[in-house]
Design a protein around this ligand. Structure first.
Ligand SMILES: Cc1ncc(COP(=O)(O)O)c(C=O)c1O
Length: 397
């Protein structure tokens, strides 16, 4: 069946093309664990480099296992081409450096993942790239007035890490399209199983593959996908020379993760909604942040652009503030106290001192990241076990 006619869940399972290895007919595509590829003769080697013949050369320049993942991710995000990277940060850094020059400007949503925020700061200091922030919850309303003639990129993260603020992708895209500025969306928190920004008008989509797409907590990786005319120059001029490539073994593992993404996202979302409802009803909890709750200020926007669930990320603040949050983190028995997210098991962490420790106290306040905020990555265990464990830990808060 032509993948273009497959429904999304079938594409996730079956991939962009027949995975059978053409040489051995192995059902699963092999891990081409090689650094280089042999030429039949010197003339062919030269032709491979000049592009006259299509031939693999060297794994940093292209590898069959890695390419299969790139094609699959592009297809799952409803676009043409993709590049995978050694990490989400490699994808983000390469994209920024490829699209923005010294003296030019990026307009970004606030907050962002702490590593992205830190790198944007470095980009200002070392490369003279100006970064202008707009609060995620009012992003599209304030965007037009922030676009200057030297703005080259609009960069958003939605749902945002760690506040779960939502940026209206379609409304933002209307403005960036009119201005002719590429809109890049970090879709890590939702995954393409729940949200496909390119269908909503965005130009490029970024992922930390480390999270939901791989899904099993055993790979670090990143991806950038979009139309061929935007992706190929980034690959040719930056990616293969900056060199933050993904290893073939990791590409194989991420490919395996994609096959169950739709099932996992459904369960992450169901469990997270239950956990969010439990926390919202708990007397020691001051506030819960989850886009699937009607109390979330952008619940309607989330409903419009996320389909089939609101993902597994929940944050909350306790009435006892940071100290009470620390008690909960120190007393959970089932939840794992660790950063990262999107694994099968449930994780708990403290953004202000961990994932977002690159923010100063003033920057945390501007971004709406309360010092007492606790972030949960709700896994796919039995949700009652997760709630029971939080309940007993909250007694110490
Ligand atoms: C939203 C988001 N984007 C990007 C990254 C960076 O990804 P990586 O850790 O794979 O470099 C993270 C990491 O936590 C993240 O949460």
């Amino acid at each position: 069946m032509d993948p273009a006619h497959m429904r999304w869940d079938t594409k996730a399972v079956r991939g962009p093309r027949e995975e059978t290895d053409p040489t051995t007919l192995a059902h699963r595509f092999p891990i081409y664990q090689t650094s280089t590829f042999v030429f039949e003769n010197a003339r062919q080697g030269g032709q491979a480099f000049s592009g006259e013949v299509s031939h693999y050369i060297y794994t940093r320049l292209g590898n069959p296992t890695v390419e299969l993942l790139e094609q699959k991710l592009a297809q799952l995000e409803s676009t043409e081409a993709g590049i995978v990277f050694a990490s989400g940060m490699a994808a983000i850094a390469t994209t920024l450096l490829a699209l923005v020059k010294p003296g030019e400007r990026v307009v970004a949503s606030d907050p962002l993942y702490g590593g992205t925020f830190h790198f944007f700061h470095i980009a200002q200091e070392h490369f003279g790239i100006e970064v202008h922030y707009i609060k995620a919850s009012e992003f599209h309303e304030k965007l037009a007035e922030a676009l200057t003639p030297n703005t080259r990129l609009v960069y958003i993260e939605t749902p945002a890490n760690p506040t779960l603020d939502i940026v209206d992708i379609a409304e933002t895209a209307k403005i960036t399209r009119q201005a002719g500025i590429p809109l890049v969306v970090d879709n890590t928190f939702a995954s393409p199983a729940l949200q496909r920004p390119i269908e909503l008008g965005a130009d490029l989509v970024l992922h930390s593959l480390t999270k939901y797409i791989n899904g099993h907590g055993d790979v670090v990786g990143g991806a950038l996908v979009g139309p061929r005319d935007l992706i190929e120059p980034i690959r040719k001029d930056f990616h293969v020379h900056v060199g933050g490539i993904m290893a073939p073994l990791n590409a194989f593992l991420v490919l395996r993760g994609t096959k169950t993404l739709h099932l996992r996202m459904q369960r992450h979302s169901e469990n997270a909604l239950e956990v969010a409802r439990f926390l919202e009803g708990h007397p020691k909890v001051a506030r819960v942040f989850y886009p699937g709750l009607p109390s979330h200020p952008q619940h309607e926007v989330a409903k419009k652009q996320m389909k089939g669930g609101f993902s597994g990320m929940v944050s909350f603040i306790l009435k006892g503030g940071k100290e009470a949050g620390i008690q909960v983190m120190d007393h959970v028995k089932l939840w794992t106290l660790a950063v990262s997210l999107g694994d099968t098991d449930s994780l708990i962490e403290h953004p202000a001192s961990m994932t977002h420790s690159s923010y100063s106290p003033e920057e945390l306040a501007r971004a709406g990241i309360d010092p007492g905020l606790v972030r949960l990555s709700v896994g796919i265990e039995d949700v009652q076990d997760l709630i029971d464990d939080l309940d007993q830990a909250l007694k110490y808060a």
